[in-house]
Design a protein around this ligand. Structure first.
Ligand code: NAP
Length: 747
């Protein structure tokens, strides 16, 4: 029972439902089974429906004389077809008490409000139109479902005269039957519903009707596949109800039919003219928008980073290495590639693209700003660049899921656009600090407002003239550097950035390869004002150094023999610190077939096992180019001979989610002897044993735990390691193919 306090303005004890069909019956049953009110009384012009409702336990009692029932009710729900609403309102009006709430469940609102105005002369403060966005193709009380409204939305459209307490009381009742309650203006409701519910129903009716008229219609229906069945399911809805809705919401529905007709004409023209770009533009935008809405509504991330997935990984040393592996594409290069391809002129083909949260969130944001992007499909993406002046205002705020990197880099692009934008993301992202980019962008002339703690939502005011700055990064950050360089593309004058420690320079290399003028010097980079444009190109994303490091570590593994080859790994010096460190530790790694892909150095790495690693002392200078690989290098130190030291960490580790210190804890739990202070970590080699570790959603820790098993003396089991497979789906199969002892187990 809902606990209505005696102070409640409108205690709802007795509910009268008029119209005991699918919706009225479902609400009655939901209220009754959840004991939300004292009594649910049903009324319907069809006496059989009432009797059935009583028999099925949907209502407590059938209304006898309507006037008395109306006078005795605390809440009256009109659940009749929209066409009948006016007549029922007229019938109940003379018997209504002042305190009785009146609502309805009709699919249109404007017509009801007009009718109420006419009948009452004014709108009573207890009158609150409503509409549950839930239903089925069935009708009648037999179809009543007590859970119909669970996790569904109910739109209330209170009017200027409605008492807010009355709205609140009704909202509580809907919430008590599991619904999520929203409020909207009457006209807006009718517009939105015309687009999202009425138009799709009418299209389904019309398509089935059109096909049913064909001579061979039997064949058409017999061979109709799943798509046709799914699309036309709603054509089985009640014809009378839809007839009434079309009459009641005529003008909003006509406006939506006209918009749709224009859209279909555009598609027809693209097909007629063989305009592939036009067709693909429509299909990719539609697909992306559909996927995007699903994520937005669930407020979920872009990548299926399902760390709770019950996949367990078991790793141990002792394999016989052979063959070759192509590790997934570099994360940062994939991300930058789509941003630059979108603002270049012409078509850019990207291969080896890594689908992860940063790149997928950015891809969607660019699509929202009018960039046509095909894929990603098996690492291939085709971007139809719009040029530096070609981005379009997005239809609404840009949702960036979980990706702080996407937000920071896009802030640089958007600060320079002629239109306003708003960037937001999931709850975690809204708590990440954005001042590191916002502050220097403001110095360039950008106008940006942040959320309460300096985080999202970022509101970026368009139409500002940016001016290049001379800026020293307070903390080494490739993200901040890239954000400012991107903004610098539109700025007057040069943009010069000084770095305390060199960070990864993919943005600089890619910009230069696409036609920007950069001067790179000791500890600084200077972007000259752009003359002309960025040119589209082909981008083959090199293999990711973090995954390569996991495969390289095995060089020093106990009881492991043989050799394998890692193909086309990115060895950009600003990213290849781990390679240099492992070579210093004596790992058998040979760099072969050096080459370059769009300014990025790449090479094959040949790994030979059975050479024990030696301890090493590393400074910030050694580690700056191995930041993401630090957890893996801690594992290398834990299996090496002697004591290793990692120093200068204070200047390097500023990530809010610090996987390095969490990895230290994990390795200690696996027996490693590790000491640490603010600035350094010391690891006693040879101390690592086996054990079990729960992944806790961290990719870097999970990689380190698997590496600990592959290199150490004993088996390591990682429970709930789905995060690793979300990032590298066939890791286990590929690792096994080249001789590593990794296995997965599912619950
Ligand atoms: P339903 O199953 O056909 O039920 C409507 C009931 O109201 C029928 O038993 C009908 O009797 C009765 N009725 C008609 N005129 C009446 C009157 N003047 N006095 C008393 N009873 C009367 O329809 P429903 O699907 O529940 O729809 C009810 C309302 O909910 C409609 O306004 C609709 O727009 C709205 N709605 C429907 C859905 C959905 O998916 N179905 C979703 C959201 C909202 P007869 O059978 O004798 O006509």
């Amino acid at each position: 029972m809902l606990n209505y306090s005696s102070a409640s303005h409108y205690p709802l004890r007795r509910v009268l439902i008029i119209g005991l069909g699918l919706i009225g019956g479902s609400l009655a049953k939901a209220l009754k089974t959840r004991a939300c009110v004292d009594e649910v009384v049903g009324s319907d012009r069809n006496a059989d429906e009432c009797r059935l409702g009583l028999e099925l336990g949907v209502i407590d009692r059938v209304a006898q004389a309507l006037p008395q029932e109306v006078a005795a009710a605390d809440l009256i729900v009109l659940a009749v077809p929209v066409k009948a609403m006016e007549r029922v309102l007229e019938e109940i009006r003379p018997h209504l008490r002042l305190q009785t709430l009146v609502t309805d469940v009709g699919s249109t609102k404007g017509n009801l409000v007009q009718a109420a105005r006419r009948i009452f002369g004014h709108l009573p403060p207890t009158f609150i139109p409503g509409h549950p966005i839930a239903g089925a193709e069935k009708s009648g009380v037999r179809a009543s479902d007590a859970d119909l409204f669970e996790h569904h939305k109910v739109i209330l459209t209170p009017l200027a005269d409605t008492d807010p307490n009355a709205t609140l009381e009704l909202a509580r009742l809907w919430q008590a039957v599991g619904a999520e309650v929203l409020q909207m203006e009457v006209d807006r409701h009718d517009e939105v519903l015309a687009a999202t519910s009425h138009l799709p129903h009418l299209l389904a009716f019309s398509l089935v009707d059109t096909l049913a008229r064909e001579e061979e219609n039997l064949d058409i229906f017999r061979y109709a596949a799943g798509g046709f069945r799914d699309f036309t399911r709603i054509a089985a809805s009640d014809p009378t109800m839809w007839h009434d809705i079309c009459i009641a919401n005529r003008s909003a529905i006509l406006a939506q039919i006209d918009r749709y007709t224009t859209g279909v004409a555009r598609l027809r023209q693209a097909i007629e003219q063989g305009d592939s770009e036009g067709m693909l533009g429509i299909f990719t935008r539609a697909k992306a928008a559909r996927d995007h809405f699903t994520r937005l509504l669930n407020k979920s991330s872009y990548s299926s980073n399902d760390h709770t997935r019950a996949v367990h990984l078991r790793a141990q040393s002792g394999g016989e290495l052979s063959g070759e592996v192509r590790v997934p594409g570099d994360k940062s290069i994939s991300h930058r590639a789509i941003i630059l391809a979108a603002i270049a002129e012409g078509v850019t083909d990207i291969t080896g693209f890594l689908e992860n949260e940063d790149s997928l969130a950015t891809l969607q944001a660019l699509r929202d700003m009018g960039v046509v992007i095909e894929g990603p499909h098996q690492g291939q993406v085709r971007v139809f660049g719009v040029g530096l002046q070609g981005l379009k205002p997005p239809p609404g705020p840009l949702y960036l899921g979980h990706s702080a990197t996407a937000m920071r880099l896009l802030a640089g692009v958007l600060a320079a656009q002629p239109f306003d934008t708003e960037l937001f993301g999931d709850e975690a992202l809204c708590q990440r600090d954005m001042t590191r980019v916002v502050e220097p962008l403001r110095r360039m002339g950008a106008r940006i407002e942040t959320g309460p703690q300096g985080g999202a939502p970022l509101r970026i005011r368009g139409g500002q003239t940016l001016v290049g700055i001379d800026y020293t990064l307070p903390v080494a950050s490739a993200q901040v550097k890239s954000c400012l360089l991107l903004a610098g593309l539109w700025a007057q004058g040069e943009t010069r950035i000084h770095e305390p420690v060199a960070t990864r320079d993919h943005t600089e290399r890619m910009l230069a390869a696409m036609g920007a003028r950069l001067v790179v010097g000791e500890g600084q980079v200077c972007l000259q004002p752009l003359q002309g444009r960025l040119s589209a190109t082909r981008i083959a994303v090199p293999g990711d150094m973090s995954w390569a490091t996991l495969f390289m570590l095995v060089a020093g593994a106990a009881r492991t023999r043989g050799q394998y080859r890692l193909l086309a790994v990115g060895i950009n010096p600003s990213r290849a610190g781990a390679l240099a460190v492992l070579q210093r530790m004596g790992a058998g790694i040979e760099v072969q077939h050096r080459g370059e892909q769009l300014g990025e150095p790449v090479a094959d790495l040949v790994i030979t096992a059975a050479q024990p690693l030696q301890a090493v002392v590393l400074t910030a200078l050694d580690l700056a180019a191995a930041l993401d690989e630090l957890p893996l290098l801690l594992v290398a130190a834990a299996v090496a001979a002697g004591k290793s030291r990692f120093t200068g960490l204070k200047a390097l580790l500023h990530k809010e989610d610090d996987p390095v210190h969490r990895t230290v804890g994990m390795l200690q739990a696996l027996g490693a002897e590790i000491e640490q202070d603010d600035d350094s970590i010391s690891v006693q080699g040879g101390s690592l044993a086996g054990g079990c570790f729960e992944a806790q959603g961290s990719l870097r820790m999970t990689m380190a735990a698997v590496a600990a098993g592959l290199c150490g003396a004993e088996t390591v089991k990682v429970t709930r390691g789905g995060v690793l497979l979300a990032a590298y789906a066939d890791f286990v199969e590929q690792a096994q193919r080249v001789g590593l002892n990794v296995h997965k187990e599912e619950d």
